[in-house]
Design a protein around this ligand. Sequence first.
Ligand code: ZN
Length: 233
Amino acid sequence: MATATPEKTEKKTASPTRRPTAGKRTAPRRRPPRRRQSYSRYLPVLIAVLAVVVLLGIVVNLNGGSQMDKLARDRTPYWVDKQIIEINGTGRRGEKLNGVTDIVIHYVGNPGTTAQQNHDFYDQPETTVSSHFVIGLEGEVIQCIPMDEKSSASNDRNGDTLSIEVCHPDATGQFTEASYETLVKLTAWLCDYCDLGRDKVIRHYDITGKACPLYFVENEEAWAQFLSDVQSY
Ligand SMILES: [Zn+2]
């Protein structure tokens, strides 16, 4: 094995610094006169134009485009807690919606459970149901499924609806005041976001005849009141 010996080619001659001594310069460098005035004059206009462009961009980004564009953008209000569940092949299949024609209201059917518990239930591999949104007993909202995907809540209307499940304290299925207020707010917001009329709201019952949401099936006047509250929100 040959070991390379470092060549000793270093020259001992210290090269003198080539830099000229910078003391001889007397004349200050002359810069061409800058026309600062003319630039700064346009600055407010430039800022205004930029602000308009940015604002337009924000508005178009938030509200513009077709329904499917907006669903794909999946922009929910700040009061929606986005906790999208894993694609598990059952609760969330990852299949795209064909568009939204109705908002479907459900009740969880499991008295006293929280929105978080229902979310976590959907997020299990063996669970075959899910909802886009779950409203909790305190009026909190959790989003579980992206708005451009099918949930597993509304049988043969999964392909063209968004679903809202609502928690309830007891077996009557009646919602708390806080849940109800959020349900009205979320339903109205979804109708507007999807460019639907505020009347495009149905019960699970209207699809399959299932007693869901129980309280709104057994109390038609409460359902009528809810529809009216969504309209006037
Ligand atoms: Zn239902």
